[in-house]
Ligand binder design. Sequence first.
Ligand SMILES: [Zn+2]
Length: 251
Amino acid sequence: MSARPAAPAARSKEQVAGRRAPARTPSAEPARPLSVDAIHQRVWLAIVEHRLPPGTKLGEERLAKAFGVSRTQIRQVIERLAHDSIVTVHANRGAFVSSPTVEEAREVFVARRLIEPDLIRKAAAVASAADVKRLRDHVALESAARAANDKRSIIRLSGEFHQIVADVAGNRFLARTMRELEALTCLVISLYDAPNVPSCPYHEHSALTDAIEAGDGKRAGALMVEHLNHVEGTLEFRQASDEIDFDAVFA
Ligand SMILES: [Zn+2]
């Protein structure tokens, strides 16, 4: 009994490090415990990249062990993620990665169509050469991720493109709202994406960047509406879990 306590924590930490980045050396990681900010960022990323899919239970104790911190800190992280809407806390059952319903998924796109054309019009009006370069570099990253078929990076980078547009537009409240809507979109894609259909056609990101560079807000706004319609159009909205097409599954 006395020899046991240290072992499970050490092992689970190693497992997490190994699963996250098998190529990196775990020993390069500092022993200092991570801050609430850093843990929030890591869990956020794991959710956005679908390493923690919708419906995953986020047990306080297991997370505390994985990060080598107290449950109080994990509770703070979960509170923040719940505030971001990507985690849902059920009384008595605990915290889970959110599973947006079909209605919620549609509402996410309604909200994005209201906000993003306006944001990109503003971005086209104010973008500097450095902003355009940032967008171009990002589109190049997306292109490389696609060439490598790196699905996790593709999903994350697609969302980040829209976040950069919001940053360039310069409205911090809308940028914050976009961050939440982007993360929810990643969950929606995880639940409702049709297999093998790219969710955010990156050549459209390239065309959006062209319109921003040309300072053509009207065109940028129109392209953004089209783009969001395309993204929503690739999704197969069905009630999760109850309408599985066995013919398709076993074809
Ligand atoms: Zn996009």
